[in-house]
Design a binder for this molecule. Structure first.
Ligand code: ZN
Length: 252
């Protein structure tokens, strides 16, 4: 579980010994934290009304597969056991599709999918193209809402392939240096979301610095100004609010 200073993460990997007994639970809707998330959607809807879209976040298929197998085994299988690698990815993709549709049924309007393990920091662009991209595209085709894909790090080497994943939005970090070029690469395929630095600006900067970075992002061609990655615990609320103020000032 998480703490005030640390985001929650899983502590066990059920399939680290192998994929022989991969089995989808019969009643995913009723398991783990899923009922709490569905209830939270109701609470949020009651408090914001019908005019504010609710955006749910969920881990993507590549990261889920690595959680099931452990990152170490997942990386190893990607080279030594390609069939097992593919099998656990397919399994995780199906689970993500089922969960996303539970979220939509509960009244969520949009889904944001961070998939950090798909980053070129961990997986090669060739693996992304051959094996990960089809999983992400399958997910996007099976989930009928506006979806944003976030992959961590400098995704410049896989950006063109990310454009083929059929997500309406692609969220990028400030580590992607040439946003203008990124926009050109994705023209007509996906909208750019991001890329105000979560650790350096939103966590440790000032509201003025947030506004400066947000306006630069918009100038460079980001269409939806947003944190570049997950918002770290202890980020000042005024810095998050400054993002919205920057957007309003920019378009006023
Ligand atoms: Zn990230």
């Amino acid at each position: 579980m998480g703490t005030q200073n640390r985001q929650p993460s899983i502590t066990e990997h059920p399939y680290k010994k192998g994929i022989d007994d991969l089995k989808m639970p019969d009643n995913l809707t009723g398991l783990g934290r899923i009922p709490a998330v569905v209830e939270a959607t109701d609470i949020v809807r009651d408090s914001v009304g019908e005019d504010v879209p609710i955006i749910a976040g969920m881990e993507g298929p590549v990261t889920l597969a690595s959680d099931l197998a452990s990152v170490k085994k997942f990386m190893k299988w990607s080279i030594k056991k390609p069939d097992d690698f593919k099998a656990i990815l397919d399994f995780a993709t199906d689970a993500c599709i089922e969960y996303a549709n539970i979220l939509l049924d509960s009244g969520v309007d949009m889904i944001c999918v961070p998939d950090p393990v798909a980053s070129p920091d961990l997986m090669s662009p060739a693996t992304f193209n051959d094996t990960l991209k089809p999983c992400l595209a399958k997910f996007a085709e099976a989930v009928d809402c506006v979806k944003v894909l976030h992959i961590c790090g400098n995704v410049t080497p896989i950006l063109d392939m990310m454009g083929d994943c059929k997500f309406e939005g692609l969220s990028i970090e400030e580590k992607v240096k040439d946003v203008k070029e990124a926009k050109k690469t994705l023209e007509g395929r996906a909208t750019l979301v991001g890329n105000v630095s979560s650790p350096f600006t939103i966590l440790s900067g000032t509201p003025d610095k947030v506004k400066e970075d947000a306006k630069k992002a918009l100038d460079d061609g980001i269409s939806v100004v947003a944190p570049g990655c997950g918002i770290a615990p202890n980020s000042p609320l005024e810095n998050v609010k400054a993002l919205v103020e920057a957007r309003d000032e920019y378009f006023s």
